[in-house]
Design a protein around this ligand. Structure first.
Ligand SMILES: N[C@@H](CCC[C@H](N)C(=O)O)C(=O)O
Length: 325
């Protein structure tokens, strides 16, 4: 099977983007899972945090399905949606379109650069819910906002929310990566509390409207950045910390930076706009064998100029957090 793809990233959260419409491809559910495990492998595969399958939609200009590197499917992917937004905006020539995701049809658009010469895409992150059933999270409380989850940790308090994939967020004085790894692994081996697993983030306030976020992602592990987690963290640090509604919150991460704008409507529902890069690294073609357990890659073309420009953003982001990034 021949599969042309683009290797891309949002804040260093990297993906293999496969456009099924353009290349007349269609996979079974089992093939999507197997391809994700085969191709995302950082040693023997192409290496990425997940696969973005771009499909046709009768509700929007396109549809995104996102699979994690362990082969599980996620309800949503913020950094991935920016990469799909860029791809579809370039294809359609429109600067504002809609993309169907598992739980919602979401508006995406090209917007003002977040950093000089970085093409920037804004994606809507919604629906947002604090209802434990929406994650799902099996607790007796009506919601967990800066509260204890005793089965998980005696050291960190969490806020649980879906955006709409599941997240728990802890506000910390300083991000301890070893603790994050430990808590993240534990949370994802605790089906009595998190039946479908959960993304776990630690958030450090750098100053008003500026935070540093790191995430242990369900289905992957520690990543450079997670778009839905940075959106959830912006909301949580607005509720519990110094950040403000309707103002850009700068979110520094290990792979760069994004801006998040948190809004609340008249009914009290929250939504978040996530703005950041959608950078192409290279394009190539995969020749995958019938049993989907090996492949060869050919025709590789790199996007050198945009990657050189992105390095400047990375250096700037690293300078904003000293030891953290
Ligand atoms: N990195 C993504 C989220 C990917 C899915 C996540 N690991 C999950 O299983 O919910 C993002 O940028 O939002």
């Amino acid at each position: 099977m021949k599969i042309p793809f683009i290797k891309c990233h949002g804040s260093g959260n990297d993906f293999i983007l496969i456009d099924e419409i353009e290349h007349n491809l269609s996979f079974t559910e089992e093939e999507r899972e197997q391809l994700s495990i085969l191709l995302c492998d950082r040693i023997d595969g192409v290496g990425s945090d997940g696969i973005l399958f771009v499909m046709s939609s009768d509700k929007a200009e396109g549809r995104m399905r996102m699979f994690n590197s362990d082969g599980s499917e996620a309800e949503m992917c913020g950094n991935g949606l920016r990469c799909v937004a860029r791809h579809m905006i370039e294809k359609t020539g429109k600067s504002r379109i809609a993309i169907q995701t598992e739980k919602a049809v979401l508006e995406v658009s090209q917007v003002e650069e977040i950093y000089p010469k970085i093409d920037t895409f804004s994606v809507a992150i919604e629906p947002v819910s604090f209802a434990p059933a929406s994650l799902p999270l099996d607790v007796s409380e009506n919601e967990i906002v800066d509260g204890w989850i005793p089965e998980l940790s005696e050291k960190y308090k969490f806020t649980a929310l879906s955006v709409p994939n599941p997240h728990i967020v802890a506000m910390v004085n300083k991000v301890d990566q070893e603790d994050l790894l430990e808590v993240g692994q534990k949370a994802n081996q605790l089906p009595s509390v998190f039946p479908k697993g959960v993304n776990v983030s630690f958030v450090q306030v750098l100053e008003k409207n500026k935070i540093f976020v790191q995430t242990f992602e369900r289905g992957v592990g520690l990543t450079n950045a997670c778009g839905t987690a940075m959106s959830a963290s912006s909301l949580v640090s607005t509720l519990l910390g110094p950040n403000e509604l309707n103002q850009p919150i700068i979110v520094i991460n290990k792979g760069g930076l994004v801006n998040c704008i948190v809004s609340k409507d008249q009914e009290g529902s929250f939504s978040i706009q996530l703005r950041g890069n959608g950078t192409n690294v290279f394009r190539a073609i995969l020749d995958v064998n019938d049993s989907l357990d090996s492949f060869c890659l050919y025709g590789r073309e790199t996007f050198d100029t945009e990657n050189e420009i992105y390095e400047k953003l990375e250096q700037y982001a690293a300078s904003q957090v000293g030891g953290e990034s």
